[in-house]
Ligand binder design. Structure first.
Ligand code: SAH
Length: 188
């Protein structure tokens, strides 16, 4: 896993997901090296770089061009192999002309999660998987509801991490925000 401090960051763009969160997402992703991934909402590219290291091809989408610039910088620095295509735009529109993929990872959806998951249900290859990372309670509940409607057998895990911070009294454990990872599988 790439250390957080190795990523180039832009204060205007969210991410990267913390190392421990990326670790659990990769664990849940169960990637195989010949697979194709669609990532919606790549932000800083924290997950993009980790996915690209483990997949044959990654399509990374963001509606904010600045986020794509930051993701590009991180790919150039940390994984310059050229197996990532960046697409600018709102996910449901960009998804209209993409080839089939094995895994969808959603890092941001801004109110369009239902459309994104329904579209993915049509586009995923047989046995395809979906993963939503969520910090909002509403997104957690909503992801489960939509995946249930699509018969994707959703599972949720949530990670709460505390990192040790040195102080003059000793090592203080500092908590980070919890992140939920909701995963499902396309019914074949
Ligand atoms: N996991 C990322 C951070 C994701 S931040 C990392 O590790 O770096 C979520 C991103 O999703 C934001 O940059 C936001 O612009 C993008 N986003 C939100 N809704 C979107 C949509 N409907 N289509 C495309 N991008 C979207």
């Amino acid at each position: 896993m790439i250390p957080d401090e190795d990523f180039y960051k832009d204060p205007q763009v969210p991410g990267p997901s913390k190392e421990e969160v990326r670790c659990l997402v990769m664990c849940q992703a169960r990637m195989k090296e010949d697979e194709v991934v669609l990532e919606v909402g790549c932000g800083t590219g924290g997950l993009t770089v980790e996915l690209a290291r483990r997949a044959a091809k990654v399509y990374a989408v963001n509606k904010n061009p600045q986020a794509l610039q930051v993701t590009r910088k991180n790919l150039d620095k940390l994984h310059p192999t050229g197996n990532v295509e960046l697409r600018m735009g709102d996910a449901p529109q960009v998804m209209e002309d993409l080839p089939a993929y094995n895994l969808l990872v959603v890092g941001g959806s801004s109110g369009e999660l239902e459309q994104i998951l329904k579209k993915a249900d049509q586009q995923l290859k047989p046995g395809g998987r979906v993963i939503v990372t969520a910090i909002l309670l509403e997104t957690k509940l909503y992801s489960i509801k939509i995946m249930e409607e699509l018969d994707m057998n959703p599972k949720i895990v949530e990670i709460f991490v505390a990192r040790g911070q040195s102080t003059n009294l000793g090592t203080m454990m500092q908590g980070q925000n919890p992140v939920a990872i909701i995963s499902g599988r396309k019914k074949t």
